[in-house]
Design a binder for this molecule. Sequence first.
Ligand SMILES: *Cc1c(COP(=O)(O)O)cnc(C)c1O
Length: 381
Amino acid sequence: MNKSVYLDNAATTKMYPEVKEAMLPYLEERFANSSTNYEEGMENRRVLEAARKSIAKCIGARPEEIFFTSGGSESDNWAIKCVAGDNKAKGTHIITQKTEHHAVLNSCDYLEKLGYEVTYLDVDKSGIVDMRQLKDNTGSDTTLITIMYGNNEIGTVQPIGEIGLWARRKGVIFHCDGVAAVGQVPIDLTRLPVDLMSASGHKFHGPKGVGFLYIRTGVHVPSFIHGGAQEKGKRAGTENLASIVGMAKALEISVNRMNETVEREIRLRNYLVDRVMREIRDVKYNGSSIYRLPGNASFSFMGVEAVALLVLMEEEGIIASAGSACNTGKSRTSHVISAIKVPEEYAVGTLRFTLGADTTREDIDWTVESLKRNIKLLRMI
Ligand SMILES: *Cc1c(COP(=O)(O)O)cnc(C)c1O
């Protein structure tokens, strides 16, 4: 992308150069189907299993708990629809919350049309789920709780440990959409009481169109994609080996550099937030200041159309986002911004900045100057 400042890493990230290098052999000569029994196929099967092992190690899972998919959306759909279907005789009630990604919300919506009952929990002003409401709504017919780890728009990190312990106590399966968090913050599933977790390669500097679903040993999730016997019969389709190898490489690099990256992103993010809050008037900082993904900063500027501001900033080489639910050409408040009750005169002026592995202090300085200049301009009109 021919832009100098890319601050939309929650939408997607640039692949690490090492990822492409790791993928190339499987896009070229080493193309054998990893389910075949000649030498090249068996060798690719070993490569596939090594990638699985590497990914498992990065998040405190066992290799047999990692199932490759086409990305975050498929993982979410699989977990939610198949757990709901599998437990239909036990109950048809599902609990989620209002700021989930549409891969979760629209899967729940689909289940509602099939006759399931879904509770959408409220969140507080910082986007944290209402634990009291969660407990009050868990019944004997509840079979699934699905709550995200970190929010992709406002960065809020949910109390996953607490939610997981509650789900366990109630014998309810707990799925966590970890797409915005895996590769961004340390995740240790030996300690985190999560049954199922979704992740996606392109959110941590890996390739697009590849992800995985973590399924804890002992938790039953039927197949979503039916066909051949790949992924222990749980997810049919010839394995996307090049992308899987790339994803494993990306996660390995992200986890190896984790401490350093987290510290750097928090420092730069806080610098951005401090400057914006000090130098621009009538602005709200969305989300939690404590429970937050390191690279996320979300602001709502009063009396400004986010879409117009983004166009002006793009002309100055800066890429940010108005939030994932925004229609191009028409400002509309996202469901996340509505859920945290940002006042209407601020809501339309919501901008999300998500930092990445290569964001610099100079990028932030240029962004703040551009914000100041263009907000002043738009507020004059
Ligand atoms: C990006 C994202 C998804 C969807 O992942 P894809 O791999 O793009 O399908 C799901 N949930 C969250 C929280 C995300 O940020």
